[in-house]
Write a protein that binds this ligand. Structure first.
Ligand SMILES: *[C@@H]1O[C@H](CO)[C@@H](O)[C@H](O)[C@H]1NC(C)=O
Ligand SMILES: *[C@@H]1O[C@H](CO)[C@@H](O)[C@H](O)[C@H]1NC(C)=O
Length: 187
Protein backbone atom coordinates (compact mmCIF):
# COMPACT_ATOMS: atom_id res chain seq x y z
CA UNK A 1 0.00 0.00 0.00
CA UNK A 2 1.41 3.32 -1.03
CA UNK A 3 -0.06 6.40 0.51
CA UNK A 4 0.46 9.93 -0.65
CA UNK A 5 -0.89 12.95 1.14
CA UNK A 6 -0.83 16.59 0.29
CA UNK A 7 -2.05 19.38 2.42
CA UNK A 8 -2.65 22.93 1.29
CA UNK A 9 -4.42 25.70 3.03
CA UNK A 10 -7.90 24.46 2.20
CA UNK A 11 -7.63 20.93 0.97
CA UNK A 12 -6.32 17.56 2.03
CA UNK A 13 -5.56 15.12 -0.70
CA UNK A 14 -5.01 11.53 0.06
CA UNK A 15 -4.16 9.03 -2.58
CA UNK A 16 -4.07 5.35 -1.78
CA UNK A 17 -2.91 2.81 -4.29
CA UNK A 18 -3.53 -0.79 -3.60
CA UNK A 19 -2.25 -3.48 -5.89
CA UNK A 20 -3.99 -6.78 -5.65
CA UNK A 21 -2.72 -9.73 -7.60
CA UNK A 22 -5.01 -12.68 -7.99
CA UNK A 23 -3.62 -15.74 -9.65
CA UNK A 24 -6.12 -18.16 -11.02
CA UNK A 25 -4.66 -21.49 -11.98
CA UNK A 26 -6.33 -23.17 -14.90
CA UNK A 27 -8.45 -26.08 -13.79
CA UNK A 28 -7.34 -29.51 -14.68
CA UNK A 29 -8.77 -30.22 -18.08
CA UNK A 30 -11.21 -33.04 -18.35
CA UNK A 31 -9.53 -35.35 -20.80
CA UNK A 32 -12.40 -37.67 -21.48
CA UNK A 33 -11.17 -37.89 -25.05
CA UNK A 34 -11.40 -41.32 -26.51
CA UNK A 35 -8.53 -42.59 -24.48
CA UNK A 36 -4.90 -43.21 -24.70
CA UNK A 37 -2.23 -41.83 -22.53
CA UNK A 38 0.23 -41.86 -25.36
CA UNK A 39 -0.26 -39.54 -28.30
CA UNK A 40 2.25 -40.16 -31.02
CA UNK A 41 5.56 -40.09 -29.27
CA UNK A 42 4.33 -37.82 -26.52
CA UNK A 43 3.16 -39.17 -23.22
CA UNK A 44 0.41 -37.08 -21.69
CA UNK A 45 1.42 -35.69 -18.36
CA UNK A 46 -1.98 -36.22 -16.79
CA UNK A 47 -2.55 -39.92 -17.06
CA UNK A 48 -3.29 -40.70 -13.44
CA UNK A 49 -7.00 -40.05 -13.72
CA UNK A 50 -7.22 -42.82 -16.29
CA UNK A 51 -5.89 -45.51 -14.03
CA UNK A 52 -8.63 -47.74 -12.80
CA UNK A 53 -11.06 -45.90 -15.05
CA UNK A 54 -13.15 -48.32 -17.07
CA UNK A 55 -14.38 -47.23 -20.47
CA UNK A 56 -17.12 -49.20 -22.18
CA UNK A 57 -16.40 -49.13 -25.88
CA UNK A 58 -16.62 -50.92 -29.18
CA UNK A 59 -13.48 -51.06 -31.27
CA UNK A 60 -14.47 -50.18 -34.81
CA UNK A 61 -11.80 -51.10 -37.32
CA UNK A 62 -10.71 -48.91 -40.20
CA UNK A 63 -12.14 -51.63 -42.41
CA UNK A 64 -15.50 -51.30 -40.65
CA UNK A 65 -15.61 -54.35 -38.43
CA UNK A 66 -16.45 -54.34 -34.76
CA UNK A 67 -13.85 -56.37 -32.91
CA UNK A 68 -15.54 -59.17 -31.05
CA UNK A 69 -14.35 -61.59 -28.39
CA UNK A 70 -16.41 -64.79 -28.53
CA UNK A 71 -17.32 -66.83 -25.49
CA UNK A 72 -14.94 -69.61 -26.49
CA UNK A 73 -12.08 -67.11 -26.69
CA UNK A 74 -12.04 -66.62 -30.43
CA UNK A 75 -11.42 -63.10 -31.69
CA UNK A 76 -12.63 -61.76 -35.00
CA UNK A 77 -14.63 -58.95 -36.55
CA UNK A 78 -18.34 -58.53 -37.05
CA UNK A 79 -20.40 -56.12 -39.16
CA UNK A 80 -23.37 -56.53 -36.86
CA UNK A 81 -23.99 -53.41 -34.80
CA UNK A 82 -25.94 -55.26 -32.12
CA UNK A 83 -23.50 -58.06 -31.43
CA UNK A 84 -23.16 -58.18 -27.62
CA UNK A 85 -19.73 -59.82 -27.97
CA UNK A 86 -18.36 -56.60 -29.42
CA UNK A 87 -19.04 -54.61 -26.25
CA UNK A 88 -15.71 -54.21 -24.49
CA UNK A 89 -14.45 -52.73 -21.27
CA UNK A 90 -11.15 -50.91 -21.60
CA UNK A 91 -9.26 -50.32 -18.41
CA UNK A 92 -5.89 -48.68 -17.83
CA UNK A 93 -3.57 -50.98 -15.96
CA UNK A 94 -0.38 -48.96 -16.34
CA UNK A 95 0.86 -45.83 -18.08
CA UNK A 96 -0.32 -46.26 -21.65
CA UNK A 97 -1.19 -49.91 -21.06
CA UNK A 98 -4.76 -51.19 -21.12
CA UNK A 99 -6.69 -54.38 -20.52
CA UNK A 100 -9.60 -55.02 -22.89
CA UNK A 101 -12.29 -57.37 -21.65
CA UNK A 102 -15.25 -58.63 -23.63
CA UNK A 103 -18.30 -57.90 -21.53
CA UNK A 104 -20.35 -60.89 -22.70
CA UNK A 105 -17.55 -63.42 -23.04
CA UNK A 106 -15.61 -62.28 -19.97
CA UNK A 107 -12.39 -62.96 -21.87
CA UNK A 108 -9.50 -60.53 -22.27
CA UNK A 109 -8.12 -59.55 -25.64
CA UNK A 110 -4.66 -61.11 -25.73
CA UNK A 111 -1.66 -61.68 -27.98
CA UNK A 112 0.46 -64.82 -27.57
CA UNK A 113 4.22 -64.87 -27.86
CA UNK A 114 3.67 -66.45 -31.30
CA UNK A 115 1.57 -63.43 -32.28
CA UNK A 116 -1.79 -65.22 -32.25
CA UNK A 117 -4.75 -63.14 -31.20
CA UNK A 118 -7.14 -64.74 -28.70
CA UNK A 119 -9.44 -64.18 -25.77
CA UNK A 120 -7.85 -65.13 -22.44
CA UNK A 121 -10.03 -66.31 -19.58
CA UNK A 122 -7.68 -64.85 -16.97
CA UNK A 123 -5.83 -61.57 -17.07
CA UNK A 124 -2.12 -62.17 -17.68
CA UNK A 125 0.93 -60.73 -19.47
CA UNK A 126 -0.59 -61.59 -22.88
CA UNK A 127 -3.45 -59.19 -22.08
CA UNK A 128 -1.32 -56.10 -21.50
CA UNK A 129 -1.78 -53.91 -24.56
CA UNK A 130 -0.11 -50.62 -25.34
CA UNK A 131 -2.78 -48.22 -26.53
CA UNK A 132 -1.60 -45.43 -28.76
CA UNK A 133 -3.35 -42.75 -30.79
CA UNK A 134 -1.90 -42.72 -34.27
CA UNK A 135 -1.64 -39.71 -36.55
CA UNK A 136 -4.99 -40.44 -38.22
CA UNK A 137 -6.67 -40.43 -34.77
CA UNK A 138 -7.20 -44.18 -34.87
CA UNK A 139 -5.82 -46.25 -32.02
CA UNK A 140 -3.43 -49.16 -32.20
CA UNK A 141 -3.07 -51.89 -29.58
CA UNK A 142 0.33 -53.57 -29.37
CA UNK A 143 1.42 -56.33 -27.05
CA UNK A 144 3.25 -54.83 -24.08
CA UNK A 145 4.87 -58.20 -23.48
CA UNK A 146 5.89 -59.71 -26.79
CA UNK A 147 7.75 -58.48 -29.85
CA UNK A 148 8.86 -60.22 -33.01
CA UNK A 149 12.35 -61.73 -33.34
CA UNK A 150 13.29 -58.58 -35.21
CA UNK A 151 12.12 -56.59 -32.17
CA UNK A 152 9.04 -55.19 -33.92
CA UNK A 153 5.75 -54.54 -32.17
CA UNK A 154 2.93 -57.01 -32.61
CA UNK A 155 -0.50 -55.42 -32.95
CA UNK A 156 -4.13 -56.40 -32.66
CA UNK A 157 -5.31 -56.55 -36.26
CA UNK A 158 -8.20 -57.73 -38.41
CA UNK A 159 -7.83 -58.40 -42.11
CA UNK A 160 -10.29 -56.94 -44.67
CA UNK A 161 -12.56 -59.99 -44.15
CA UNK A 162 -12.67 -59.55 -40.38
CA UNK A 163 -10.30 -62.41 -39.59
CA UNK A 164 -7.63 -61.96 -36.93
CA UNK A 165 -4.13 -61.23 -38.14
CA UNK A 166 -0.96 -62.84 -36.82
CA UNK A 167 0.97 -60.31 -34.77
CA UNK A 168 4.08 -60.85 -36.86
CA UNK A 169 2.23 -59.70 -39.97
CA UNK A 170 0.98 -56.47 -38.44
CA UNK A 171 2.43 -53.01 -38.76
CA UNK A 172 1.67 -49.73 -37.05
CA UNK A 173 1.04 -48.01 -40.37
CA UNK A 174 -1.31 -50.69 -41.64
CA UNK A 175 -5.05 -49.98 -41.71
CA UNK A 176 -5.69 -53.48 -40.42
CA UNK A 177 -4.37 -52.44 -37.01
CA UNK A 178 -6.34 -49.20 -36.74
CA UNK A 179 -9.36 -49.02 -34.45
CA UNK A 180 -11.69 -46.28 -33.34
CA UNK A 181 -13.00 -46.67 -29.79
CA UNK A 182 -16.72 -45.90 -29.97
CA UNK A 183 -18.74 -45.05 -26.92
CA UNK A 184 -21.46 -47.62 -26.26
CA UNK A 185 -24.77 -45.90 -25.75
CA UNK A 186 -26.73 -47.27 -22.82
CA UNK A 187 -30.02 -48.79 -23.94
C1 LIG B 1 -15.59 -35.22 -17.34
O1 LIG B 1 -16.52 -35.21 -18.40
C2 LIG B 1 -17.47 -36.23 -18.29
C3 LIG B 1 -18.31 -36.24 -19.56
O2 LIG B 1 -18.18 -35.04 -20.28
C4 LIG B 1 -18.30 -36.02 -17.02
O3 LIG B 1 -19.26 -37.04 -16.91
C5 LIG B 1 -17.39 -36.04 -15.82
O4 LIG B 1 -18.11 -35.76 -14.65
C6 LIG B 1 -16.28 -35.01 -16.00
N1 LIG B 1 -15.33 -35.14 -14.92
C7 LIG B 1 -14.85 -34.08 -14.27
C8 LIG B 1 -13.86 -34.38 -13.21
O5 LIG B 1 -15.22 -32.94 -14.52
C1 LIG C 1 -16.51 -64.57 -36.28
O1 LIG C 1 -16.70 -65.68 -35.43
C2 LIG C 1 -18.07 -66.02 -35.24
C3 LIG C 1 -18.13 -67.12 -34.21
O2 LIG C 1 -17.22 -68.14 -34.45
C4 LIG C 1 -18.68 -66.43 -36.59
O3 LIG C 1 -20.04 -66.72 -36.41
C5 LIG C 1 -18.51 -65.27 -37.56
O4 LIG C 1 -18.97 -65.65 -38.82
C6 LIG C 1 -17.07 -64.86 -37.65
N1 LIG C 1 -16.96 -63.65 -38.49
C7 LIG C 1 -16.11 -63.53 -39.47
C8 LIG C 1 -16.12 -62.23 -40.20
O5 LIG C 1 -15.34 -64.42 -39.79
Amino acid sequence: IYMWTHTSTHCVCVCVCVCVCVCVLPRATNVSLSSATVVGRHVRSSYKHLQGDVRRRKLFSYQKFFLRIGKDGNVNGTKREDDPYSILEIKSVDVGVVAIRGLSSNHYLAIKKSGDLYGAREFGPDCRLIERIEENRYNTYASAEWRTKKNKCMFVGLNPRGKPLKGKKTRRKSRATHFLPMVVQPR
